[in-house]
Ligand binder design. Structure first.
Ligand code: 9PG
Length: 507
């Protein structure tokens, strides 16, 4: 039993190690080296010294990966604006290693010690060379602690998250998105050209991205879609594809009608005025207070409208904004408010609409979305030389590094590593880099591209077709290594300082 305020200390036996703990209650043993601890502040002493720590980013775009404890922590440095947009700024630890939801220490024998949250409340896990700790803003769920093979402990954590919070039900299939060719320069004639150009390619979904709406916050078509969105959905469907649409339903730009007419429906900054929830489109944006009944009505109406237009695949973007700390009509924890809003959306669109979360807090979205973007935006270039301190900055390398560390989420929702490039024109990616993105999407099991069909040379189009048609057998053989239909794929070559272990540790 957990008595509030009292601390429990003791020792847990994990086989070749035992760990002393200080916890809000007694652990419950699940298996030989698996335990559940009650929610609350937890601290364990570990014997591994200076070892590698896996930190997990809060939202789709946040950095995830391994760092030695003696190295600087993996985080977004030097830009408070980027930190606010692309990670859990409220719980950032500039000088210490920590991350959201789950953290892992690598033992010298090749095993791993994982601590993962099974509830909401902005759980945080961090480590020093002597301790592994967990805390939340608002204790919820339990902690899962396990010691074992690296992939087994991640998979086991994902399985428990799925048991507690649910799993996605729908599959996306193969997706074409407008973003990484046209960005926001889309119009209804272009959609017609694109679907004509995609004729004969085995895509399931054609998803229109940002650029169709009057304003972020005002979800009606702009002047470039004069026939309306039902007509565009029809163009896509008649060409044989499932219509998909981008929405950022929980944010609004200052210039939108929504913000100008109903600033009272935004999450408020305790210092006064609407909270700044992030930066994009050249400035700040705000988040809707989803605990307000009028916002809930607005979201239900929006969902009915886009479903009515004929879109049954929705990319829901910038969702984390509604999970930020701020003043709401109802005082509930920010992640609880967020989850209730996503549940409302799921309810409103029905079980068969595919929901791809983007910019979503991952743990808090489990069970409500079908897929999630698991890294920052790709681009037709490898590294972002202007922002070396920002692992969440756009670029193919950052997208690959973040996404490969999130493959284990696949047991809870489909893991979208963002678009693969086949085009050689209008791209700075070389053949090895294009192949790496392709392999990444194959091993993560989510195939999408954005290449304008008109930009593909015949050989590139043939390569794209072969990839879309392939049904590969994928086997993971190491932290970053896979076998794809018997071919060895090593994504570890892109990870600075990574040396694969000489041989895999048995058991
Ligand atoms: C449309 C785009 C595309 C893209 C999304 C998202 O961290 N950031 O500041 C940040 C800004 C934009 C962004 C992602 C992160 O892009 O990921 O695929 O849909 O919106 O505007």
């Amino acid at each position: 039993m957990t008595v509030p305020g009292t601390r429990h200390t003791g020792l847990i036996d994990c086989g070749d190690i035992s760990l002393s703990f200080s916890a809000p209650g007694e652990p419950r043993r699940l298996g030989p080296a698996e335990f559940l601890f009650p929610a609350g502040a937890l601290r364990l002493a570990h014997p591994f010294g200076d070892t590698e720590f896996f930190r997990h980013g809060w939202n789709s775009w946040s950095p995830s990966g391994w760092r030695r404890l003696s190295q600087p922590p993996l985080r977004i440095g030097h830009s408070p604006q980027r930190l606010l947009t692309a990670d859990d700024a409220r719980n950032d630890t500039p000088l210490a290693h920590s991350g959201s939801a789950v953290g892992v220490l690598a033992a010298p024998n090749g095993r791993c010690l994982i601590l993962g949250a099974l509830g909401l409340g902005a759980p945080r896990v961090g480590a020093t060379d002597t301790t592994l700790w967990g805390r939340h803003e608002d204790p919820d769920g339990e902690w899962f602690l396990a010691y074992g093979d690296e992939r087994a402990v991640f998979d086991r954590y994902a399985a428990l998250v799925g048991d507690r919070l649910g799993r996605g039900q729908n599959r996306a299939g193969r997706v074409w998105s407008s973003w990484y060719s046209y960005y926001d320069a889309i119009d209804e004639a272009l959609v017609g050209q694109v679907v004509a150009g995609l004729d004969g390619l085995p895509f399931d979904v054609v998803q229109l991205d940002d650029g169709w709406e009057r304003a972020v916050g005002d979800w009606t078509p702009n002047a470039r879609f004069p026939s309306g969105m039902a007509a565009t959905a029809d163009t896509i469907r008649r060409a044989g594809f499932r219509p998909g649409l981008w929405l950022a339903p929980l944010i609004a730009l200052p210039a939108s009608d929504f913000v100008r007419q109903r600033p009272d429906l935004l999450i408020q900054d305790p210092d006064g005025g609407p909270l700044i929830a992030g930066y994009n489109w050249g400035g700040p944006y705000h988040a809707l207070d989803t605990t307000a009944a009028e916002v809930q009505d607005h979201l239900r109406a929006l969902c009915a409208t886009v479903r009515g237009w004929g879109f049954s695949y929705l990319k829901l973007d910038f969702m984390y904004a509604a999970a930020l700390e701020g003043r709401r009509r109802m005082e509930i924890h920010r992640e609880r408010a967020y989850r209730q809003a996503v549940a409302l959306i799921r309810q409103a669109v029905g079980p068969d609409t595919y929901l791809l979360g983007c910019g979503v807090p991952l743990l808090a979205s489990a069970g409500l979305i079908d897929g999630a973007r698991v890294g920052p935006d790709v681009a037709a270039f490898w590294t972002n030389a202007e922002r070396p301190d920002d692992p969440s900055g756009v670029g193919a390398r950052n997208a690959l590094l973040a996404s490969v560390h999130r493959a284990w989420w696949g047991g809870v929702f489909e893991t979208d590593p963002d678009a693969v490039y086949f085009r050689r024109s209008r791209s700075l990616l070389d053949a090895d880099q294009r192949q790496a993105l392709q392999d990444l999407a194959t091993v993560l099991g989510f195939k999408s591209t954005s290449d304008a069909p008109a930009w593909l040379a015949p050989a590139e189009r043939a390569e794209l077709r072969a990839w879309l048609e392939a049904r590969e057998t994928v086997r993971q053989t190491g932290r970053y290594s896979f076998e794809v239909d018997g071919r060895s794929v090593d994504l570890g070559r892109f990870v600075t300082g990574y040396r694969p272990p000489p041989s895999t540790v048995a058991n």
